[in-house]
Design a protein around this ligand. Sequence first.
Ligand code: NAD
Length: 458
Amino acid sequence: MAVQEIPKIHADLNATFRTGKTKPMAWRRAQLKALKKLHLENEQALCQALKADLGKSDFEGWGAEILVTCNEIDHTLQHMNEWARPERIPTPVAVQPASSEIRRDPLGTVLIIAPWNYPLQLCLAPLVPALAAGNCAVLKPSELAPATSKIIAKLVPKYLDPDAIAVVEGGVPTSTELLEHKWDHILFTGGGNVGRIVMAAAAKHLTPVTLELGGKSPCIVGKKTKIGQAARRIIWGKVYNAGQTCIAPDYILVHSSRKDELMAAFERALKRFHGDDAQKSADYGRIINERHFDRLVGLLGDHKVLFGGTHDRDDKFIAPTILDAPDLDSPVMTEEIFGPLLPVHTYETMDEAIKFVNDRDKPLALYLFSTDAKERERVLNETSSGGVCVNQTILHYIVNDGPFGGVGPSGMGAYHGKWGFETFSHRKTVMTRTTLVDPDILYPPYSETKKKWTRRLA
Ligand code: NAD
């Protein structure tokens, strides 16, 4: 689809929205069922596209990109009638007799811009609440995952209502042209720098934005921890999708007394998951492109490697790599890693670990491995992050009933489940007053008696 077609797509979708076609619950539910069918009937082709783009194993492609969205659809279909139902709320005595409620309106035509790391799920999962809430939508998949972008562009018009949902493929010029237009909401997933561009463009039209960004998600390993289990859960979350996960644990802060055990357990876990040579493992992914490969090798620099450290540019392979206490001002400790490198630092007291986290940007995720309930409560109370996962990594993402989103530089707004429905709805308060009586109290001429009564009722 050419950039020149964008104005017409924008106008056509707005026209569809104004017909009211997308408002009935029956239309919304039919679209969600069709979206699920798209996934189920094309599972193999979708997994092949993900493999072509990211070397993703079928298990990870199916699990993180197909299953997650299908679960989101099921959860939404189960609850959306209740989410959409007008909500009765109390009316102040002063304006009685009257009744009040909150109604949820669709916003209109929304734009969803997706990244390349989970190129299918992060494009189609936000569409679930957008459709459930009754909107039209334009999807802009990532050009850096071309096979997935292509299959999304092929399948979406085949399964979903083309009057209301469009896919626009392309890179920066396409995004730039899309952002020229007035949307009713933009949900952007990607890096903070592009997030700023999106927000600035949205500001011209006063378009609200949800920014799902990234950053450095810390992982604190406490003194009291089941080290073997913690190592497996951390390293699994780190090397899933070759570390190219927005909520991957970025670096470790381990109590100094447990560091050696943790390192040995990381090595055991990696060998168990991917054998002696991860390059030969069918389950280990590849770096998206040469640019990101070079960036990661640059981050690796000449830091002390405790495990891994090998790479192969022709294969876009970087081994799972543990780094021993790289300088705090080196890029691997200041930039989001977004790859299979895991720096490890130690701390002596929890005060120190909490300070380390709080001295930096508020992260998208925070991980804590500890069997000490008091310590867990402390960390939860004294830090701020998009979400927290205790004694596990990345799986809090699939808690349908909780909001997923960042805070501060890791993002704004949220989606998943009801929170996505709210993101793509406008909540309007509706007060309906009786016509049976019309008390004189609010009307001029005002008097001390009216004031006295108003004060009493307010
Ligand atoms: P990116 O910001 O480079 O690109 C995201 C999207 O923006 C793509 O569709 C791209 O075409 C578009 N884009 C790129 N440059 C643009 C420009 N100048 N103007 C307008 N649009 C532009 O991000 P990425 O490299 O695809 O993804 C990696 C980042 O995304 C990481 O920071 C990661 O943490 C973050 N991320 C966040 C989440 C989340 O849910 N919070 C999920 C995945 C990735």
